[in-house]
Design a protein around this ligand. Structure first.
Ligand SMILES: NC(=O)c1ccc[n+]([C@@H]2O[C@H](COP(=O)([O-])OP(=O)(O)OC[C@H]3O[C@@H](n4cnc5c(N)ncnc54)[C@H](O)[C@@H]3O)[C@@H](O)[C@H]2O)c1
Length: 148
């Protein structure tokens, strides 16, 4: 099976679970390359997960024709710029939440993805997770009556 090649931008606290799952649970993807502003983080991750490429900067990743999806795990203030740059470079993007820090910028990214015919996904945070969805279900169904 041909694997979809992913590039990860940002190797902070949340990256661990992505690295673990993308390299061991999901068999149809390959983490081809990584980049973080802090070089040592990238070197450590490369060694631990045997990743082929550590890029010198974000642009080098975005210029790599082999990268199909960019995983944006940078901090919220950087999301808009990173995601926009990746979309303009022709990459599909999956971004950690929030998509952007303003509604206007978020809408602009969605429109840009559509215009470029690319997929743009965002981590739903805990709201769509089992815990909160179960609470929603029991409230909506009337199971616990009217919460006051
Ligand atoms: N930490 C969590 O438990 C958690 C949970 C859910 C969601 N998130 C989301 O995940 C994102 C990242 O959170 P975190 O806790 O991992 O942050 P973090 O500060 O630990 O890591 C962010 C990393 O991104 C790097 N970075 C910043 N700009 C970059 C750029 N332009 N190119 C490459 N690397 C860049 C930083 O050097 C840093 O290593 C945030 O949007 C946050 O909302 C975090």
């Amino acid at each position: 099976m041909e694997k979809v090649k992913i590039g990860i931008l940002g190797l902070g606290a949340i990256s661990g679970i992505y690295l673990k799952n993308l390299s061991s649970v999901f068999r149809n993807v390959e983490i081809l390359g990584i980049y973080d502003l802090i070089e040592e983080k990238a070197e450590k991750v490369q060694e631990e997960y045997h990743i082929s490429k550590v890029y010198k900067n974000m642009e080098e990743m975005l210029d790599d024709p082999e990268i199909e999806i960019v995983l944006n795990l940078t901090r919220p203030l950087e999301h808009y710029h990173v995601t926009k740059s990746a979309l303009l470079a022709g990459k599909h993007v999956y971004s950690e939440k929030p998509l952007a820090t303003t509604f206007e910028e978020g809408k602009e990214l969605v429109a840009l993805a559509k215009q470029q015919n690319l997929l743009l996904g965002g981590a739903p945070d805990t709201f769509l997770g089992a815990g909160i969805q179960t609470c929603k279900k029991i409230i909506d169904s009337g199971f616990i009556g009217k919460p006051i």
